[in-house]
Design a protein around this ligand. Structure first.
Ligand SMILES: NC(=O)c1ccc[n+]([C@@H]2O[C@H](COP(=O)([O-])OP(=O)(O)OC[C@H]3O[C@@H](n4cnc5c(N)ncnc54)[C@H](OP(=O)(O)O)[C@@H]3O)[C@@H](O)[C@H]2O)c1
Length: 431
């Protein structure tokens, strides 16, 4: 390291990289005081160097060769904010093997390849920091790595996808349909043109895998996280949820059990009085239950240029600070083993079901009999009055606590009934 500055190679100058390129020169004096050394952008990788880039960032030379950024001898820290699995993964590997410290916002790479990358970083005595990969500007990775280190974490429940939380909030507050709320989120830049990663819940699965791995000290693989998105929710569900005193949220839940770890992302009904039920719009929140702190809630902006760049720059400062003191920055600890994930069928929950049923005598009794056969006790049934021209009635059933396996059998058997009810929505109730 030059004694006067720390050289940073920036992979990506998009939403987050642009924020980093704005903060580093814009707050140079403050950051140098915190880091003990000047932080200097050396060069950056983009796809298209000719693209117009605004927002007051002072940009270093831009190029299209990622290896040239990583291999530049003036670069000591590589900041990866490209997104996606490749070429980000190969460039991170290359940087670590070359003895460079890496800071990344890439949840997909960390969730899928974290264990391998942590081991490479450890072998080469370099840091691999990823605070920005979950919760954007909310300090959450460091909280699990350091602040909760004395705790035994038993449960995480988190709203960690701002796009879907925005869509669900619009559906709740304005009675909007999913398609309209999604189009609105896209127009505002909260959702991508291809919204799959968000609305089908891949993104929060990656984030939950990262958090659960840190919290429980074992590798939670993202493909082992049970995943359900929000596409099938209707504004009718929001109307019923509200009348019953609940909010609908896409929740990421991880829980320690005697037989393994439960990790799931799906929409839930939350009692309206719960803190997480009040997290609206693009905001994120992570609730942690642990033996010493009890319950803690982290809340803030889970995405956006400057909030996310804030997390990146903090990671860079931590590395710079250690180097400036002549220490080795902290290397990541690879998980000791792979977690045993329990199947969704093994959970217990209360359930909300919305059914469309033909308006005929005996239908309710036939449906109730299916629940009874599967040992599911019904807590309440609502059937709003229908208009004479409507051939179908709507039935909303809330159950007492029941097994997921029993609920899945119930749903399968309902569709086999002669009266052929259509199960429109099933939601787990997270009390
Ligand atoms: N956006 C957020 O609020 C947010 C929040 C938390 C975490 N993150 C994470 O941060 C990372 C970056 O997200 P972003 O929103 O900043 O993405 P983005 O706006 O799409 O920016 C990506 C940048 O990387 C460059 N790039 C992408 N693929 C490349 C390739 N193959 N070769 C060369 N350059 C390439 C792009 O170049 P061009 O500019 O030339 O197109 C662009 O500068 C992702 O991992 C994301 O999940 C984002």
């Amino acid at each position: 390291m030059s004694s006067r500055h720390l050289g940073i190679g920036l992979l990506g100058v998009g939403v987050v990289g642009g924020g980093v390129a704005q903060i580093l020169p814009g707050k140079a004096t403050q950051l140098a005081a915190r880091a003990g050394i000047e932080l200097r952008l050396v060069r950056a990788l983009v796809r298209d160097p000719a693209k117009e880039r605004t927002r007051g960032a002072t940009l270093p030379p831009l190029g299209t060769d990622g290896a040239a950024v990583v291999d530049d001898p003036a670069v000591q820290v590589v900041v990866e904010v490209l997104g996606g699995e490749q070429p980000a993964l190969d460039l991170i590997r290359r940087a670590l093997r070359a003895g460079k410290h890496v800071v990344t916002a890439n949840k997909e790479v960390i969730a899928k390849h974290g264990a391998e990358l942590f081991a490479i970083a450890q072998q080469h005595g370099v840091a691999l920091q990823f605070e920005a990969s979950v919760g954007g500007g909310i300090p959450v990775i460091a909280v699990f790595q350091h602040d909760l280190a004395a705790n035994w974490v038993s449960r995480i429940a988190a709203i960690i996808n701002g796009t879907t939380n925005y869509i669900l909030s619009r559906m709740a507050s304005e009675g909007a349909d999913f398609g309209d709320a999604l189009a609105d989120a896209q127009a505002l830049g909260y959702a991508e043109a291809d919204p799959t990663a968000d609305v089908d819940a891949y993104d929060p699965c990656y984030k939950l895998a990262i958090l659960a791995s840190l919290a429980f000290g074992e590798e939670v693989r993202p493909e082992g996280v049970h995943r359900e998105g929000i596409r099938s929710l209707s504004r009718r569900d929001f109307a019923f949820a509200r009348s019953l005193g609940y909010a609908i949220k896409l929740l990421a839940i991880a829980r320690r059990r005697a037989d393994g770890i439960e990790a799931r992302v799906h929409p839930v009904m939350l009692p309206a009085s719960k803190m997480l039920a009040k997290v609206d719009g693009v905001f994120n929140a992570i609730e942690v239950e642990a033996d010493l702190v009890g319950t803690a809630l982290l809340y803030g902006q889970g995405a956006g240029s400057l909030p996310t760049a804030s997390a990146i720059v903090a990671d860079v400062i931590a590395i710079a600070d250690a180097l400036a003191r002549g220490d080795r920055p902290r290397t990541p600890i690879p998980p000791s083993s792979r977690a045993r994930l329990v199947q969704i069928e093994s959970i217990d929950s209360r359930y909300y079901l919305r059914l469309s049923v033909p308006d005929k005598p005996g239908v309710l009794a036939a449906i109730a009999a299916v629940f009874g056969r599967n040992a599911i006790s019904i807590a309440s049934v609502q059937q709003p009055e229908q208009t004479p021209e409507d051939p179908e009635a709507e039935l909303v059933i809330m159950t007492h606590r029941a097994s997921e396996a029993g609920m899945q059998a119930t749903i399968a058997q309902l569709s086999g009934l002669d009266v052929s009810p259509r199960v429109q929505t099933v939601l787990r109730i997270e009390d």
